[in-house]
Design a protein around this ligand. Structure first.
Ligand code: PLP
Length: 367
């Protein structure tokens, strides 16, 4: 058969026109397109950690002797390390190649074609991505105007087909948290609830101690943000022991590679250093927020994470994102229901904010 001829007939019909997740921009793809050298590009579009990982990780990986050996599929050492870090028993823990992979596994575990999943929009786009991928039906419950989850609306959206409720706290891209009392009220519905705490270390607020006490609570975490390990793909979740067992059965055996295991081991020996970087990012977030507030045409929303969402009072977000990109500054833009003409700026180093603000001031004069 010649390449491409009628291959769609054989592809799952619901995936033929599947819209992919729009990932952040890899600076190397901009080579030759913008007049800024690669090393000067300021990447504020994926909520990455501008301070990188612990130097202990680099040192340990440089001399790691056993890349030829598969990792332990039962994750014994990793789960024990995570038990020490979280205070939650190893029988409740499963690790994965980024917390994204656990969202995927949970959807596969609970959702069959036609089952409903509650998604409190606007929120992390990967939730919708995985719901669609496993033929679930997304039931989108809009947040209120300050981006708080409307608990009554969540309850009203439940049907006998609802299988999962997804909550991110702090939420991406809004930066808002879901107060503990709201999470408890939603848990009391009795359906499985996923609480995605990817940015936990930036708030210190968590429901992790409740795992095991609630048979329906599942908490997701990651090393991508606070520990600067986004590139190594390492996340984990805290689950009722029974669900952890099921996840261990359906995950790819070697989903966490040995480099990621070494990185977790070393990061957890260097928590003070990593948390000092988290503190710097929080301080910078507040400084940047103050500067953004001074721009008359942007409205920044308070954030509890490592990014700030801004809605534009004037002009188009796509154009702003392009203008910044041409200057070598990468941010994320949104133009959808509840996020009309909005941009999300990851918090970088102080010098990154200064360059960004100068660019925004110049662009503001053209708007
Ligand atoms: C709310 C939320 N959950 C999960 C993730 C994915 O993290 P990971 O890098 O561990 O896959 C992100 C990443 O941006 C996120 O914002």
């Amino acid at each position: 058969m010649p390449e491409d001829a009628g291959i769609e007939r054989l592809i799952r019909s619901d995936l033929v026109n599947f819209g992919s997740y729009s990932p952040s921009t890899s600076p190397e793809t901009l080579l030759g397109k913008i007049g800024v050298p690669l090393e000067n590009i300021i990447k504020l579009d994926a909520n990455e950690n501008p301070y990188g990982c612990s130097p202990r990780v680099n040192q340990a990986l440089a001399t790691y002797p056993a890349l030829n050996i598969y990792p332990d599929s039962g994750q014994a050492e990793l789960r024990k390390l995570l038990q020490q870090y979280t205070g939650v028993g190893a029988q409740h823990i499963v690790a994965s190649a980024g917390s994204d992979q656990l969202i995927d596994l949970l959807l596969r575990l609970f959702v069959e074609s036609g089952d409903e999943v509650i998604d409190c929009i606007p929120t992390f786009a990967m939730f919708r991505f995985y719901i669609d991928l496993c033929r679930g039906i997304p039931v989108e419950v809009p947040r209120d105007e300050s981006f708080a989850v409307r608990v009554d609306a969540v309850k009203a959206a439940i049907t006998d087909k609802t299988k999962l409720i997804l909550l991110a706290t702090p939420n991406n891209p809004t930066g808002t948290i879901v107060p503990k009392k709201d999470i408890l009220e939603i848990l009391d519905i009795g359906l499985p609830v996923v609480v995605d705490e990817a940015y936990y270390e930036f708030t210190g607020q968590t429901v992790a101690p409740l795992v095991g006490r609630y048979k329906n609570l599942m908490v997701l975490r990651t090393f991508s943000k606070w520990a600067g390990l986004a590139g190594l793909r390492i996340g984990y979740g805290l689950f009722p022991a029974k669900i952890a067992d099921y996840l261990l059965r359906i995950k790819e055996p070697y989903c966490v590679n040995v480099a990621a295991l070494v990185a977790v081991r070393e990061s957890l020996k260097d928590i003070d250093y990593l948390m000092s970087n988290v503190k710097k990012i929080i301080a910078e977030r507040e400084r940047l927020f103050g500067k953004l507030q001074k721009l008359k045409w942007l409205k920044p929303f308070p954030s509890q994470a490592n990014f700030i969402l801004c809605s534009m009072l004037n002009g188009r977000a796509r154009e702003l994102q392009q203008k910044l990109e041409n200057r070598g500054i990468l941010v994320r833009y949104f133009d959808q229901h509840l996020l009309r003409d909005s941009i999300r700026i990851s918090v970088g180093k102080p010098e990154d904010s200064d360059t960004l603000i100068k660019a925004l001031q110049e662009i503001g004069e053209e708007i």
